[in-house]
Design a protein around this ligand. Sequence first.
Ligand SMILES: Nc1nc2c(c(=O)[nH]1)N[C@H]1C(S)=C(S)[C@@H](COP(=O)(O)OP(=O)(O)OC[C@H]3O[C@@H](n4cnc5c(N)ncnc54)[C@H](O)[C@@H]3O)O[C@H]1N2
Ligand code: MOO
Ligand SMILES: [Mg+2]
Length: 430
Amino acid sequence: MTVEKRTPLPISEAVERVMEHTKPPEKEWVSVEEAYGRYLAEDLIADHDVPSFDRSPYDGFAIIAGDTSEASRENPVTLEVIGEIGAGDVFEGHVTHNQAVRIMTGAKIPDDCNAVIMLELVHEFMENGKPYIEVKRSLQEGDNISFQGEDTQKGTPLVQKGTCINPGVNALLATFGYNQVPVAKKPVVGVVATGSELLDVSEPLSPGKIRNSNSYMMLAQIKKAGAEAKYLGKLQDDFEECLQAVRDALDEVDILITTGGVSVGDFDYVPAILESLDATVLFNKVAMRPGSVTTVAAVGDKLIYGLSGNPSACYVGFEVFTRPVIRHSLSSQTPHLRKTKAVLGSDFPKPNPFTRFVRASIIDTDGQYTAVPTGLDKSGSVTSLSQADVFIVLPGGTRGYEKGMSVDVLFLEDHKGSEWPWSNIVPSYR
Ligand SMILES: Nc1nc2c(c(=O)[nH]1)N[C@H]1C(S)=C(S)[C@@H](COP(=O)(O)OP(=O)(O)OC[C@H]3O[C@@H](n4cnc5c(N)ncnc54)[C@H](O)[C@@H]3O)O[C@H]1N2
Ligand code: MOO
Ligand SMILES: [Mg+2]
């Protein structure tokens, strides 16, 4: 029996191929209470000025600034207080010279007034049953006024579609009257685990068996990417059973992920399943480690990801190839992992022909990032994932890397994303 020979594709080319198979985003409406964490499906543009009227930023008195032009400690001016307004009220009367209106924070400035003086800065007194204030300083027109449109003006684009709705975006949605919010429909992503060695989480360990951890890892990755996760169970390494399960799964999901059985072993059935489904294999080998066996295929308008059974390889395969497809269908303009530079925290003396993704934790020292590998750097390692907040990217080549070098890192816990992180990833030898 000869083992199938696979040609490794450069990462950027492999990502390009999957991105060519993305579908246009679909829109749905959710209530503003449900919008947090969803992705905006339309640009949010201010349809009125904010604030929409001149208002007082203080509890104080609305006055005519010119009345105070001669005011000083020695020469205070006296103004008659002719009314009071709280936030939400509008002063309907007319204010003339040497008059003032008691005004609270957030209330609309009376039309005739053009400045506000804080309560603490005036002396209040009554004379003949009428309230007055004494002002000991001179104010300029516009002093202490929050002007209409000073926060934002009508027509200003505020939030781009594809943005993850954070609490600040929620505030804007409410400000502009979005009781219902247009958000990108979440694609449904199914997970099937294959492997006769797999136990359910609740089962006790027995010789040769391990618990199925990849499914639960990926359900979380899918949700984190913004999609709806559907667990479709774990399967024995049995070709017919797996083929039927994949066929059934395809009816239920937009994207299907299998884990395990994707390499060249006797019980690695994913390649044969893809063949039986007449799927178009986009690639079945990528010049990266872990995750070199990552396979992606298209069946009709759906993508099937054959991710490695090895936990770290599975994790990497998802973040590099599945996450951007999900984010694209959520309208994101920046669907890939965000890239930045960091100082390498350990030596990697052994050269590797494939680009390596090293799970690492980031330390921020006054804005200077250092990336320190977390645990065992092997494809089968599961413990190195829990502490990882970046992948260090070490391009393949003929030389190793030394502690202290500047390297690219990709953030795992970040919503901003990046447009295309795969150009300019170059080995940076000192
Ligand atoms: N002769 C060769 N052997 C292997 C090659 C190769 O090129 N030639 N590639 C190696 C690489 S690289 C990887 S990665 C793995 C890929 O393996 P598979 O995707 O076929 O996955 P399995 O064989 O089913 O399992 C691999 C490993 O992962 C464990 N596993 C599987 N499923 C789960 C799960 N749901 N949760 C946790 N752990 C899981 C499984 O027990 C195995 O230990 O192949 C290499 N071999
Ligand atoms: O796909 Mo493997 O992870 O390169 O070890
Ligand atoms: Mg295998």
